[in-house]
Design a protein around this ligand. Structure first.
Ligand SMILES: [Fe+2]
Length: 455
């Protein structure tokens, strides 16, 4: 075991209290059209004394900022009250359904669907529903319509209102495609046989297909007996493959073998003349997720063109700068996109490089805006120690064009030792932020979030 743990230090270090702050100071001017909540989830363990702590396994804490009428009305951070977290706070657990004894304070994403705010996590547990002020309502199984566990990442098709997910669980011999209707009821599940229990963190959605990533990170009983906190390991025996499942479940999966690699996140995907085009961040070599973090080679933004007729996947490099947390304008998910946003995070790049010998670039913190039609990228640089998290796009209006709006993220402000909610104008990306909301506390580097507009 390491004597220290980078995921308990520096920008990853957990916070120890829940805060409520009103009427937050703002530098610049918050656009009046931004009315809603920016919420972001991430792991925040309650104890700080476990040197084997794995970043993926801390109890979920949601950080939120409420914007209205050009003002930042509040900031709140709240742990998700799983049974264990409620007990540690000497509170009564709200109760509710539990899948296979896997109750967990969902720590990976937070979404709004069917009028509910849901904190999500993968690998078995159910989502937790939160109220508008981030209090825990309880675990949520879509009104009893979800047969198993759920997933961290979901894809909402804004045209149909359907929410798609891929659920996986170590004890299953399949993964499960779940379709939730706009009202929040599961309307269809499709079991897809797999071997070795692969981790499927994310997937992609086109107009026609669910794109499955069956990659060589799989469940390991051996890792369990060795006491590894996260029992998923790089498995060179597991054939890497990409699968196309018709969205309507009308036929089986068309699998195509690929070279071994790892992918946490897809930017977006779409149909193109019978092919599926998927943009994603690819780890170009083995990736051992079971250790504190160890990859080889860079993480690049790539395009995969999947041709089911030819049984072939063609890969193109879109950007070779180390980056993660790719996001698209959510309204365009499953349709052709022109723009994408991603984060360059110094601490993550150092962790991925894992050689201890870093160039200046490894300390860079920036948010990138990709124009994939022009093949250009703009970087909004925040500088050393100004850790930037995932960037989320907020449209200027419900019907505004793609990229007509704002890009927001929590960014550490080293001068104050606390986080700012930074709001950039997407179409004036390298200019000074239109607003910086000064929050009263640090926000640990976390995972994913959503802009949840009031209407
Ligand atoms: Fe993720």
């Amino acid at each position: 075991m390491p004597e220290h743990n980078r995921f308990l230090e520096g920008p990853f270090a957990p916070v120890e209290e829940e805060i409520t702050a009103f009427d937050l100071p703002v530098t610049g001017s918050l656009p009046v059209e931004l009315s809603g909540r920016y919420l972001r989830n991430g792991p925040n363990p309650l104890g700080l004394d476990d040197p084997s702590y794995h970043w993926f396994l801390g109890a979920g804490m949601v950080h939120g900022v409420r914007l209205r009428n050009g003002k930042a009305e509040w900031y709140r951070n709240r742990w998700v009250r799983s049974k264990a977290v409620a007990a540690q706070h000497h509170e009564k657990w709200p109760g509710g359904p539990v899948h296979e004894n896997t109750d967990f304070a969902a720590n990976t994403h937070i979404i709004s669907h069917g009028g509910r705010t849901l904190a999500t996590v993968e690998a078995g547990p159910l989502p937790y529903e939160l109220d508008d002020e981030l209090g825990t309502i309880g675990p949520y199984d879509f009104g009893g319509t979800l047969p198993g566990g759920f997933a961290a990442h979901t894809k909402l098709d804004h045209r149909t209102g359907e929410l798609h997910a891929i659920a996986y669980f170590w004890a299953w011999d399949h993964v499960q495609h779940v379709v939730v209707d706009a009202a929040g009821k599961v309307i269809r599940t499709t079991d897809i046989p797999v071997t070795d229990g692969p981790m499927m963190h994310d997937f992609a959605l086109t107009g026609s297909y669910v794109v499955l990533l069956d990659l060589p990170v799989t469940f390991s009983l051996n890792a369990v007996t060795q006491g590894k906190e996260l029992p998923y390991v790089w498995n060179s025996e597991h054939q890497a493959r990409v699968g196309l499942l018709p969205r309507d479940g009308s036929s089986g999966v068309r699998w195509i073998d690929i070279e071994p690699c790892w992918v946490f996140h897809c930017l977006n995907a779409y149909d193109d003349n019978g092919k599926a085009v998927v943009d994603l961040c690819q780890y170009n070599d083995s990736f051992d997720v079971s250790t504190l973090w160890a990859a080889h080679g860079p993480v690049t933004l790539d395009r995969w063109i999947i041709d089911p007729a030819a049984g072939k996947v063609t890969q193109q490099r879109l950007d070779d700068r180390g980056q993660e947390f790719p996001r698209v304008d959510d309204r365009i998910i499953s349709r052709p996109h022109r723009y994408g946003y991603s984060a360059v995070i110094g601490e993550v790049n150092q962790a991925i490089t894992a050689t201890g010998d870093f160039t200046d670039e490894a300390f860079t913190n920036a948010i990138l805006r990709h124009d994939l039609a022009r093949g250009t990228v703009e970087a909004h640089e925040f500088g050393r120690n100004a850790t930037a998290g995932e960037a989320v796009f907020a449209p200027a209006a419900p019907d505004s064009a793609e990229d007509d709006g704002y890009v927001m993220a929590f960014v550490h402000n080293p001068d104050r030792g606390a986080a700012d909610l930074v709001v950039l104008a997407a179409q004036d990306f390298t200019a000074d932020p239109v607003a910086r909301v000064h929050l009263p506390a640090r926000i640990p580097l976390g995972f994913h979030g959503s802009w949840i507009p009031d209407h």
